[in-house]
Design a protein around this ligand. Structure first.
Ligand code: 9C2
Ligand code: ZN
Length: 426
C-alpha cells in the first residue's frame, strides 16, 4: 500500500438510527449521496441520522480513490497521517483522536451522558457489547440549522419552582425529597446541592413504569389545562416530545430537569463527559473524542443503564447561556473568507468553519495534526498550496488533510461556500 497523499477525498459512513430525518430531508442522506453518487441511493422512507468521518472501526471512512479504509492508511503510515507529536501525545498509532459527524435530527435522541476516561475503561471491560470503547466522549455540537437540545441540569431554583407547582412532578419525586430539596438548596454548599439534585434525579429515574406512565399522561393533560404553570415553550415541548415517546420518563428527567437549549445556526455548545443531555431537533456538525460510549436512560428503545447514569453524572447546574461555546477568530488563515474557530477546553479536537460569500481564496498554514474537512454548502476548490492540482470541493465532499499540509480553499463565485474542518494538534 503506497503511502497516502497529503490531501485526498474520503467517503464517510451513515448511521440510520430511528431518530434521523427521513430520506432527502436529511442532510446526512444528501451529503452521502452527493459525495458518492454511484454507490448511494436514498430511500425516502428511511431515517438518515449520522454521517461518520474518522477512523472509528464501527463505521469506516474510506478513500474515494480505491475505498481503502482511512484507518488502514493511518496504520500503514502513522507518522505521515497523524504526525509524531500526535502519536506521542495520545499514545496511539491506530487512529485519529477525534470522530467528526453530521447529525440530522427528526426526533429527540436519548437522554444520555458519556463516561469520562476512568468510567469508560471500567464499562468497556465489564460490558464491551454496550460500551465498545475504553475512551471518554466529550463532545461539541455546532448548529448548521437552528437546533434545540437538552443540555445540563436547570438552575436549582427553577427545578424547585416546578416541584412546588406541578403536582405530577411532586408526586413522582415524593413529598419527603421535595421538602428536603426545597429547604436545602438555599443553604447547602455546592457538594450538598449536587447531592440534593442527585436525590431528585434518582427518584425520577428509578420510578417504575406503573408509577411514571400515568403521571406522565396527567402531566401532558396539565400542559393543556394549565399551560401557564409551565410557560408556553415548556408546555409545547412536553406535548411535542410526548407525541414522539408517549408517557416516557424523558418528559420528567428531560423536560422538567434539564436546560432546554436553543442554538441559532453558527452557535455551539460543549458537553463535558458525564453531563446529561439529549439533542431534540435540527442539523448539526458534531465532534467528539474517538468513542461511541453512550449511557442512556430515557426517550429511547435502546439499552438503558439507569443505575450507571444516576451514579456517574456531574450534577452541575448552570443557566442555559453558560452551556454555549462562543466561536473565536482563527489567525492562521489569510484571504477573503470568514473564519470561526470552535475550540473547546479539551485536547482531542477543534472545529474551524470557513465561509466564502465572494470569489477569492483562503490559504491556511499547515496544522500540527490530522484534519477532516466537509463542504456543507455551495462549491469551490481545495488544493495543496503550490500545487497546480485543485480538487472540486462541493456540498457533501469530505477531505483528509495530513499534518503540516498547507492548503488553499478557492471560491469561484459570490455564492455562499461553507466548510467545517475538524482537527487535532499536539
Ligand atoms: N449527543 N450525541 C451523541 O452522543 C451522538 O454522537 C450519539 O451517536 C447519539 O447520541 C446516539 O444517540 P442514541 O443512542 O441513538 O439515542
Ligand atoms: Zn451525546
Amino acid at each position: 500500500m503506497s503511502s497516502a497523499p497529503k490531501l485526498f477525498r474520503v467517503i464517510g459512513g451513515a448511521q440510520n438510527y430511528d431518530w434521523g430525518k427521513l430520506g432527502s430531508t436529511s442532510a446526512v442522506a444528501r451529503f452521502a449521496k452527493l459525495n458518492d453518487p454511484e454507490n448511494v441511493s436514498i430511500d425516502e422512507e428511511k431515517p438518515y441520522a449520522e454521517l461518520w468521518m474518522g477512523t472509528h472501526p464501527s463505521v469506516p471512512t474510506v478513500s474515494a480513490q480505491d475505498r481503502t479504509p482511512l484507518r488502514d492508511l493511518v496504520r500503514a503510515a502513522p507518522e505521515e497521517m497523524l504526525g509524531q507529536d500526535i502519536i506521542n501525545k495520545f499514545g496511539s498509532r491506530e487512529g485519529i483522536p477525534f470522530l467528526f459527524k453530521v447529525l440530522s435530527i427528526r426526533k429527540v435522541l436519548s437522554i444520555q451522558a458519556h463516561p469520562d476516561k476512568a468510567l469508560a475503561r471500567q464499562l468497556h471491560a465489564s460490558d464491551p457489547k454496550h460500551y465498545p470503547d475504553d475512551n471518554h466522549k466529550p463532545e461539541m455540537a455546532v448548529a448548521i440549522t437552528d437546533f434545540e437540545a437538552f443540555c445540563g441540569f436547570k438552575p436549582l431554583a427553577e427545578i424547585d419552582a416546578l416541584l412546588q407547582k406541578i403536582p405530577e412532578f411532586r408526586e413522582l419525586v415524593g413529598d419527603d425529597v421535595v421538602a428536603e430539596f426545597h429547604s436545602g438548596i438555599g443553604s447547602a454548599d455546592v457538594a450538598g446541592k449536587k447531592k440534593l439534585l442527585q436525590k431528585v434525579f434518582s427518584r425520577v429515574m428509578n420510578s417504575p413504569e406503573s408509577k411514571f406512565e400515568p403521571l406522565a399522561a396527567r402531566l401532558v393533560e396539565r400542559t393543556k389545562s394549565d399551560p401557564q404553570l409551565f410557560g408556553e415553550t415548556l408546555a409545547d415541548l412536553i406535548q411535542r416530545l410526548d407525541a414522539q415517546f408517549p408517557n416516557d420518563i424523558g418528559l420528567f428527567c428531560g423536560c422538567l430537569l434539564l436546560n432546554h437549549c436553543i442554538l441559532k445556526s453558527g452557535e455551539a455548545m460543549f458537553l463535558e463527559a458525564k453531563d446529561p443531555h439529549a439533542y431534540i431537533s435540527g442539523d448539526i456538525m458534531e465532534c467528539m473524542a474517538a468513542s461511541d460510549n453512550v449511557i442512556r436512560a430515557g426517550f429511547t428503545p435502546k439499552f438503558k443503564d439507569v443505575e450507571v447514569l444516576v451514579d456517574c453524572l456531574t450534577y452541575s447546574f448552570n443557566p442555559v447561556e453558560e452551556q454555549k461555546l462562543k466561536p473565536t477568530p482563527f489567525p492562521r488563515g489569510a484571504g477573503v473568507a470568514e473564519l470561526k474557530l470552535y475550540d473547546p477546553p479539551i485536547d482531542e479536537f477543534s472545529v474551524l468553519q470557513t465561509t466564502f460569500t465572494s470569489a477569492g481564496s483562503e490559504t491556511f498554514d499547515g496544522l500540527d495534526g490530522p484534519s477532516l474537512l466537509i463542504v456543507t454548502e455551495g462549491k469551490g476548490k481545495v488544493k495543496l498550496q503550490g500545487s497546480s492540482e485543485a480538487l472540486d470541493a462541493s456540498t457533501g465532499n469530505i477531505f483528509f488533510v495530513a499534518p503540516k499540509a498547507a492548503i488553499e480553499l478557492v471560491s469561484e463565485s459570490k455564492d455562499t461556500f461553507t466548510s467545517y474542518r475538524a482537527f487535532c494538534e499536539a
